[in-house]
Design a protein around this ligand. Structure first.
Ligand SMILES: [Zn+2]
Length: 438
């Protein structure tokens, strides 16, 4: 009897706690939105003269614009570059002290793996063990390589079918932002300042954000919603450069090539063989940077090699550039007839240099995650985000998790809880900015 009574008391208190914060559900759940967006092919393409790099990204841009209008967002527009902008006005009378908070997610998916005919699969009520993707049984999301699965028992896990990527990067971010908007409109009791939203093309090829209209967006601070595991917040990214090494030889008919032909490919091969083994993406982790030869053309007349340079510190980046130049000298000495040149360009800078002056951005995001029942952590991104670019240009923009894992590959996944907790965190975040302004 006593036991029954105590259970009864617990039930009553739980019901009461929920009643205080009983939200009307959004018109569509984050997972349903995500599944719709994931099926739209938005793969971007490297080295294109236009933004967006692929016309198909506009299919999603136009669809999002229609949805935003239908939900009640204002100033919805798709720019000539395919960037979708929208805003939700503040619902508190004196919002002058609340900063306009912006949220961004990118529409494109990685050029690395096909994003055509994505067939998202929901593994309902996951009970542990490896997940074999049905259309290609060699594609296995193993517990050994993905220990996070151990924390996902009972969750509904979303994967692709083994033939494509899933596109959780970053359609999860889009689904969470739009479901936040949907929830805020359904629940005017949630007090918030002006919220700006934007969905960008060509994040994966690094070019879309250059066309971003910060002034027109209207936010004073912003977040990209483009991270990974629940709770991970990033205020630090790589500083990044790309090197192009060109090897010029001399082509001639192989029948009478003796003494004339200079085959540039051998110089390329020599150069590749000089990459220091302990300075590669496959041998480094944490805060250690790398050099990464990632694509090239092997040809008699002219061979080229593209190399990524990544480090959290500018000095580290300079040192890596020196390594690549020294390698050019060494190969040049061995192949005097091949003309070798190296050209290095700046891609983006570590956003920490600016964000250290805006500690409240990180603190508020951590508090928002905590209120969603998550354990927030700070993670330095071994990559770049559109936020690095925006931060340098004057709009401080750290990055928030999406719950997604294994970006840019066929083993990409997210889950119902991942999407829901991300959405909840964003709602908490706009609330916190309004609360703190009081
Ligand atoms: Zn992304």
């Amino acid at each position: 009897m006593k036991k029954v009574l105590s259970v009864f008391i617990v039930l009553v208190s739980v019901t009461f706690a929920n009643a205080q914060d009983q939200l009307k559900p959004p018109k569509e759940t984050a997972i349903d939105r995500f599944l719709r967006y994931a099926k739209i092919d938005t793969q971007s393409q490297d080295d294109q003269p236009t933004t967006p790099s692929t016309r198909k990204q506009l299919n999603l841009a136009n669809l999002l614009a229609r949805e935003l209008k239908r939900l009640g967002a204002e100033n919805v527009r798709v720019s000539e570059f395919g960037i979708v902008y929208a805003m939700l006005p503040a619902n508190i009378p004196d919002n002058s002290k609340v900063p306009v908070v912006g949220f961004l997610a990118h529409m494109d998916t990685s050029p690395a793996v096909s994003g055509a005919n994505v067939n998202p699969i929901i593994h309902r009520n996951y009970q542990g063990g490896d997940i074999v993707l049905p259309k290609d049984p060699t594609q296995i999301i193993s517990v050994m390589k993905n220990p996070i699965l151990k924390d996902m028992i009972g969750d509904d896990i979303i994967t692709a079918d083994g033939t494509t990527l899933l596109g959780s990067d970053d359609k999860s971010g889009i689904a969470a932002i739009i479901t936040m908007l949907d929830t805020l409109i359904q629940n005017p009791q949630i007090k918030h300042g002006t919220v700006a939203m934007a969905f960008t093309p060509d994040e994966e090829v690094g070019t879309g954000i250059d066309k971003f209209d910060i002034k027109g967006f209207g936010a004073q601070v912003a977040y990209t919603v483009d991270g990974e595991a629940l709770g991970e917040i990033s205020n630090e990214t790589w500083s990044a450069r790309t090197a192009t090494v060109t090897f010029k030889g001399k082509s001639t008919h192989p029948g009478d090539a003796k003494g004339i032909m200079v085959n540039a490919m051998y110089a390329l091969a020599d150069y590749l063989s000089r990459f220091p083994h302990d300075m590669l993406p496959e041998t480094t982790e944490g805060r250690v940077g790398f050099v990464h030869p990632y694509s090239g053309v092997a040809d008699v007349e002219e061979s080229t090699l593209k190399v990524l340079l990544r480090d959290f510190e500018v000095a580290g980046l300079d040192a890596k550039e020196k390594v690549l130049s020294d390698m050019v000298q060494a190969t040049q000495a061995k192949f005097p007839d091949v003309k070798i040149s190296i050209d290095v360009k700046e891609d983006y800078k570590n956003m920490k240099e600016v964000l250290k002056n805006y500690p409240e951005l990180t603190e508020n995001a951590m508090e928002a995650a905590r209120r969603a029942g998550l354990k927030p952590t700070i993670k330095a991104v071994r990559g770049g985000t559109d936020g690095s670019n925006l931060t340098v240009r004057g709009l401080p923009t750290p990055d928030i998790f999406t719950g997604g894992q294994n970006f840019h590959g066929k083993l990409e996944f997210n889950s119902r809880r991942g999407l829901e907790k991300t959405t909840e965190t964003l709602i908490n975040l706009v609330r916190i900015f309004a609360e703190k302004a009081k």
